[in-house]
Ligand binder design. Structure first.
Ligand SMILES: Nc1nc2c(c(=O)[nH]1)N[C@H]1C(S)=C(S)[C@@H](COP(=O)(O)OP(=O)(O)OC[C@H]3O[C@@H](n4cnc5c(=O)[nH]c(N)nc54)[C@H](O)[C@@H]3O)O[C@H]1N2
Ligand SMILES: Nc1nc2c(c(=O)[nH]1)N[C@H]1C(S)=C(S)[C@@H](COP(=O)(O)OP(=O)(O)OC[C@H]3O[C@@H](n4cnc5c(=O)[nH]c(N)nc54)[C@H](O)[C@@H]3O)O[C@H]1N2
Ligand SMILES: [Mo]
Length: 847
């Protein structure tokens, strides 16, 4: 259910008997909101000290300084609270007039009407119930993908799903946008998902690696954040790596990224986008034909090399995957391909990779090929060797600390109702004497039919538009068939799908299909503008919460203290869903809130459970204090790593004994050839890594457009978050999203630095501001993801959201990941009068 498995494992806890003690504390906390001074909280971008004056936020800065690397995201809390906010509950005019015929085609263009909160709650409860009665639970979609805010209690997506489960069930989704391809292919190859797993520890890398390769990876940007909250030690280790003259750094990326600029001594190699698999095959071919690969490792630790070789050598298709063959595809000289391969086998080499190149057509291939290459090099499981798919993310490789992990709110299970429509319990709970009580369930009990009814309809997350447009369509997914449900009600919180999903124009059509769309949002994002009913939501600075930092390191427990009063009529997601429960069915709220728990009850409950667990570790000296003391001191609890975690080597045990410590693959070995995938019989993902031509790329015949657009993750935002802050002034060009174009290309197109340009293809068009630079290779442009879509009035996105131009097809039938880094576009100087930017303006509000 939850993408970051690291955070899972909330044990079911005893219910609090007297809720009142912590309520008292909550009241105290509210009264004592600091009017002048500093408050500690945390965001995805780290622990923050927020400065308050007369009850208003002045500014914010990092709570601690762990590295010299500047993280701009940490300084804009003021705008996060006061800018572009939704003030009141709002309903789209046509929806309010007639929810049964709400003119969905007007979504995004219609006028809005302010309504009373209680009325909005009643409306949503009534229409949700109506949809379920008419079309069943499988017509309610609450997958609600997105990055929300940090905090284990006010976790908007889980809070939504808790409500949707308890009130009857919903359709969810599978996988995520980040690693859609890799997280499905890697279990077949390595027996684990790899992408969200701890890496060989940094101290081991710094001690042993002689070559560090960063393949399609920009940690200087992407390590600014973490799923929980950044612990910031990832940066520290990259700084140490830079100081080390004895470790060679090689960066493979079409773009001269922040990371390439930081490692100014590094070798920077710029392949044609989406061709890395070919380059890797060229390396493998050379290693094989020259006999310079680790034959013992291949024999002892891998499966199916013999069935891959005929392809590598060209016996199956008359095309040997030689360095010369690869060079023609990836644009890297064959000599360089060979010398790199030889460097890797003859030095202890860590192949680090980001995820950009698997967010592309046939995105299953590059990481599968990388694992195969790493196998031939033969250093997997050795100190400082092998590969790692998470050094760029959430402080991967920062040694795991000894201590505790704070639990979080869970999605509960599906509710059961009596004939009168009253809530009577779930498979593991019941309402007894007006109280919610948990029941013991016997393991192995049959799962009731109503419980699986909706989960069977879950579809891969990035197929959302396809699913909305094609109810009943059957698709292939990782060896299974999935039938799209007929979705008529969408509830989204904590995400910005009108920005994050590919091919916005198709997506807009899809969002105009269901009868009802409800969104909880702090800001007037494009997704809020595409809804029928909008609840203004608090930001994390307007409520109390608790989080860990460093998804793998588990370094700190941070109190996230309410900084200021709630903005206008905004409410916590928890409050909104509690009120929806009350309006939906008798006694439902008892289950939702476990008999009335408030934010502090949950915070304390999670903290206490961890405190107890930590105290039960023999002879463990730690900083944790009883909850009240912890909360009052306004400081994080910090745990330390152990000698064992400092020395930890990924796959070290497998290396020592591959029989005893077999991998979770069918063969127990690294699968270069997968019989499981072979049996699926897919034409777009075969049984071993292969080069497939992407649907659009620079080397194709009859290119539909001239430039390859990469839309990587923005350095100065978290996706679309922080878009509306004044940090935007630092990077916007011509008041639009900057687009990087190579000097030579710009000259040919008559484009100058700072020009307003039109980027377009058959799918759509956007305006952007030109940055003319050799930081991007010729024929490639860079337009980062996350600019708020601004095309509701004209069809042309005036702000420069790249997803207007990307392709909405799956990576392959295996993983169905998104392919946002695969798209050809044209670019020209914009002629005529520049249209006004409206991305950050309120929609039309009539009453
Ligand atoms: N072209 C292209 N597209 C991409 C990508 C790419 O590389 N290229 N990357 C993809 C990837 S990996 C990802 S993860 C996605 C990211 O896409 P999203 O996760 O959808 O992006 P965010 O901007 O983080 O959206 C989070 C939203 O939640 C809101 N929010 C924050 N806190 C709360 C809260 O407490 N309650 C509620 N109700 N709302 C809250 C924020 O205001 C914001 O609007 O984008 C994907 N799209
Ligand atoms: N500051 C900041 N940090 C973030 C995020 C953010 O929005 N802002 N988002 C977070 C999230 S949700 C995620 S999923 C991760 C994303 O982490 P990644 O997916 O690793 O990030 P990207 O920026 O998409 O891609 C990384 C690099 O790959 C390069 N690249 C793209 N295509 C190719 C290719 O075909 N070949 C090669 N060799 N390189 C290629 C890009 O130019 C880029 O420099 O980042 C996380 N960190
Ligand atoms: Mo992501």
């Amino acid at each position: 259910m939850q993408r970051r498995t690291v955070l899972k494992g909330m044990a079911s806890l005893p219910l609090l008997s007297g809720v009142t003690a912590t309520n008292l504390m909550a009241n105290e906390a509210k009264k004592s909101l600091i009017k002048n001074g500093k408050v500690l909280t945390a965001a995805h971008w780290g622990m923050l000290d927020v400065e308050v004056k007369d009850g208003k936020i002045l500014g914010s800065r990092p709570y601690q300084k762990t590295s010299e690397i500047y993280n701009a995201l940490q300084y804009y809390t003021h705008d996060m609270v006061y800018k572009t906010r939704i003030k009141y509950p709002m309903v789209r005019k046509s929806y309010l007039e007639n929810p049964d015929n709400p003119k969905p085609e007007l979504r995004g263009k219609d006028e809005w009407v302010r309504v009373k909160y209680e009325d909005a709650i009643k409306l949503v409860a009534r229409e949700l119930k109506k949809t379920r009665e008419q079309k069943g639970n499988q017509s309610v979609f609450a997958g609600s993908y997105g990055w929300k805010s940090s905090g284990n209690v006010h976790n908007s997506r889980i809070l939504l799903q808790r409500f949707m489960n308890l009130s009857g069930g919903f359709v969810g989704d599978l996988g995520d946008y980040s690693t859609g391809a890799s997280q499905v292919i890697m279990p077949h190859v390595m027996g684990s998902i790899e992408v969200y797993e701890q890496q060989t520890s940094w101290p081991v890398v710094l001690e042993n690696s002689k070559v560090v390769v960063m393949w399609g990876m920009n940690p200087l940007a992407t390590l600014r954040i973490a799923w929980t909250s950044a612990d910031e030690h990832g940066f520290k280790y990259f700084e140490e790596l830079k100081k080390r003259k004895d470790i060679e750094v090689i960066i493979i990326d079409p773009i001269r990224s922040d990371t390439v600029k930081f490692f100014d001594k590094a070798k920077h190699i710029r392949p044609v986008p989406n061709t890395d698999t070919a380059m890797m095959l060229g390396m493998m071919h050379h290693l094989y034909t020259s006999g310079k690969y680790d034959k013992e490792f291949m024999a002892g630790y891998t499966y199916g090399f013999d069935k891959f070789l005929p392809y590598l050598l060209g016996q199956t298709d008359k095309t040997p995957k030689s360095p010369e063959w690869a060079a023609k595809i990836c644009g890297i000289d064959a000599k360089l391909i060979k010398s790199l391969a030889e460097k890797f086998v003859s030095n202890r080499t860590m192949l680090m990779s980001g995820w950009g190149m698997q967010r592309a057509h046939h995105g299953e291939q590059p990481h599968w090929a990388l694992v195969t290459l790493a196998s031939m090099i033969g250093q997997i499981g050795l100190a400082g060797g092998g590969f790692g798919l998470s050094y760029h993310y959430s402080n991967g490789g920062v040694p795991t600390c000894k201590g505790g992990v704070i639990g979080g709110v869970n999605a509960a299970s599906v509710g059961i109702f009596n004939d009168k429509g009253e809530f009577i319990g779930t498979a593991d709970s019941e309402i007894k004497d007006g109280k919610f009580v948990k029941k013991a369930v016997t393991a192995g009990e049959d799962v009731p039919a109503w419980l699986i009814k909706t989960t069977e309809f879950a579809f891969p997350v990035a197929r959302i538009a396809d699913a909305l447009l094609n109810p009943g369509k059957v698709i292939d997914h990782n060896g299974k068939k999935i039938t799209y449900p007929d979705i008529d009600f969408i509830y989204w919180v904590g995400g910005n799908p009108l920005v994050h999903h590919q091919d916005t124009n198709t997506n807009l059509k899809a969002w105009r299909k269901p009868r009802t769309v409800v969104v909880n949002e702090p800001y007037w994002t494009p997704t809020a503008k595409m809804a029928d009913i909008v609840f203004p939501t608090t930001t994390s600075y307007e409520r109390n919460d608790i989080t860990m930092t460093g998804d793998y390191s588990n370094m700190n427990i941070v109190p996230m203290k309410q900084v200021v009063d709630k903005f206008e009529e905004s409410k916590d997601d928890y409050q909104i869903f509690s009120d929806l429960c009350k309006a939906y069915a008798k006694d439902l709220v008892l289950a939702y809130t476990e008999n009335g728990k408030e934010e502090f009850d949950w915070i304390k409950e999670y903290y206490d459970a961890t405190y107890e667990q930590v105290n039960s570790i023999p002879d463990f000296i730690h900083e944790m204090k009883p909850f009240n003391e912890f909360w009052a001191t306004n400081k994080p609890v910090t745990f330390s790593s152990t000698p064992e975690s400092d020395a930890w080597i990924r796959y070290g045990e497998f290396r020592e004994d591959p029989i005893l410590n077999a991998l979770g693959t069918p063969s127990g070995l690294i699968e270069i050839y997968s019989d499981t995938i072979e049996k699926m019989g897919y034409d777009d993902c075969k049984a071993h890594p292969m080069w497939f031509e992407p649907i659009e790329w620079l080397g194709m015949k009859d290119k539909p457009a001239e430039f390859h657009m990469l839309s990587p993750h923005p350095t100065n935002r978290l996706h679309s978050q922080l878009s509306h802050t004044s940090l935007r002034d630092e990077y916007a060009v011509a008041n639009r999203e900057p687009v990087w174009i190579n000097t030579k290309d710009a000259k040919a197109k008559g484009i100058k630095n700072g020009d307003l340009v039109r980027v377009f293809n058959v799918r759509g068009e956007v305006l952007a501001g030109a940055v003319v630079t050799d930081d991007v290779m010729p024929s490639v442009i860079k337009l980062c993801e996350g600019a708020w879509y601004d095309g509701f009035d004209s069809g042309i996105c005036k702000n420069g959201s790249p997803n207007v131009l990307t392709i909405d097809i799956p990576t392959s039938k295996l993983a169905n990941g998104n392919i946002s880094h695969t798209a050809l576009v044209n670019i020209e100087k914009f002629k005529g009068k520049a249209p006004e930017l409206t991305a950050f303006k309120d929609p039309k509000i009539v009453r």
